[in-house]
Design a protein around this ligand. Structure first.
Ligand code: ATP
Ligand code: MG
Length: 383
């Protein structure tokens, strides 16, 4: 399908090169995130807290990047904490207490349909989809998570059966099985329902090619499911679709079914490579198939506060995407990577960990944004 080129990082493009592209972008009205935003973002990932998660004793930044360490200004997050608590342990304890009596997050006026996409592999799409969904559900919202990746990682992370033969998103896409016949309540997280992905989905990219309305099959299934939930008096607040690391027909289906795109960006050297291709694909889908689609949310993931590079990447992303970038930043944390092997979200696996705190913060921001009209992001133009 020539309109939707298969993705893959564009070779040989450095962060600086991508920045140059960003800077010459025809539409970047939000360029220049305020220092307050940056300071707030930094504060949401206390350096000492992130370091604790990794068992690192010396949380000072490594001499990494252009500036010598002594030339760096003091960081807001060296003294602050997302929880306003005095120590990381106090913050963690406070978070656990809060999660045992969670305050309800604001409900959006209509279902928010969000696709979590980035054709780059391993940037935290699944981790973010699962843990944001869990955080929203714990705080009283009704959430549907659709696993649209044949790897089935989101299904695994929520302990939802997804062996071959289980009714899954594949049957919904290819055989027209209603989504409600595939959706499974997540036992540990009331309010969260998951449509699993089985390995059968690996063949769907090819099977879809010759099908009628091949780009909008997920949208049709989702529309019908959401109508059914409204009729049953149990409307869904958030739909999150976890995409595979490609820009093929599965991801196109997710982009057509959604209204918002959430892009997780890993705070590492190659983070921005290939992003232009994703943005062009979003533009193509908006132009031909889904005029409502917008990149509403960028989430910085795997932030390592000890490196200058993470800060630089975060700065570049904020410069280009402006208010679409969540202030909350997800730290690199071993606990986050452990949780899926126990079939748990981080919120049940280790609710006091920095990873859990950061996903709760990010979900809160998402929910707050959903309750009020948002300025458009600076990510709508061609790159
Ligand atoms: N903040 C984090 N800190 C440490 N490890 C993380 C973090 N986020 C994700 N990981 C780990 O990094 C790996 C990739 O994460 P994840 O599966 O969420 O990425 P993905 O974008 O969904 O990957 P894929 O493109 O293969 O679907 C996983 O092993 C995950 O546990
Ligand atoms: Mg994934």
């Amino acid at each position: 399908m020539s309109d939707y080129p298969e993705g893959g990082p564009e070779p040989g493009r450095s962060v600086a090169a991508v920045r140059a592209v960003f800077e010459t972008s025809a539409q970047s009205p939000q360029v220049g995130a305020s220092e307050a935003d940056k300071a707030e973002a930094a504060e949401s990932v206390p350096r000492e807290t992130a370091a604790r998660a990794e068992g690192v004793e010396n949380a000072n930044p490594a001499p990494y990047g252009d500036q010598p360490p002594q030339a760096q200004a003091p960081q807001a997050h060296e003294t602050g904490s997302a929880d306003q608590a005095d120590t990381p342990i106090a913050a963690a304890a406070a978070a656990v207490v809060r999660l045992s009596h969670p305050e309800p997050y604001p409900r959006p006026s209509a279902t928010r349909r969000m696709t979590v996409a980035n054709q780059k592999g391993g940037v935290g799409k699944t981790t973010s989809a699962v843990n944001l969904a869990a955080a929203l559900a714990i705080h009283g919202l009704r959430v549907l998570l659709i696993d649209l990746d044949p790897q089935g990682n989101a299904s695994t992370a929520l302990d939802v059966p997804h062996h071959s033969g289980v009714p899954s998103v594949y049957e919904a896409l290819i055989d027209g099985v209603p989504l409600e016949d595939t959706a499974v309540p997540v036992a540990a997280l009331p309010g969260l329902v998951c449509v699993p992905a089985t390995i059968d989905l690996a063949g769907a990219e090819i099977e879809l090619v010759s099908m009628v309305a091949r780009e909008s099959r997920l949208k049709r299934a989702l529309d019908a499911y959401l109508r059914g939930r409204v009729d049953a008096g149990d409307p869904v607040d958030y739909v999150l679709v976890d995409c595979p690391p490609s820009l093929g027909l599965l991801t196109v289906n997710a982009l057509v079914a959604a209204v918002e795109v959430l892009i997780p960006i890993q705070c590492e050297y190659y983070a921005l490579e290939g992003l232009g291709q994703l943005l062009r694909n979003v533009d193509l889908v908006r132009g031909h198939l889904n005029a409502d689609l917008e990149i509403s949310t960028i989430l910085l993931t795997m932030y390592d506060g000890r490196t200058k590079l993470a800060e630089q990447v975060a700065g570049e992303v904020r410069e280009h995407f402006g208010p679409a970038v969540l202030r909350s930043v997800i730290p690199r944390s071993v606990r986050l990577s452990e949780a899926p092997s126990y079939g748990q979200s981080i919120l049940t696996y280790d609710p006091g960990s920095p990873g859990a705190l950061s996903y709760v913060d990010a979900a809160r921001e998402l929910a707050d944004r959903g309750a009020e009209p948002q300025p458009r992001s600076g990510a709508e133009g061609e790159l």
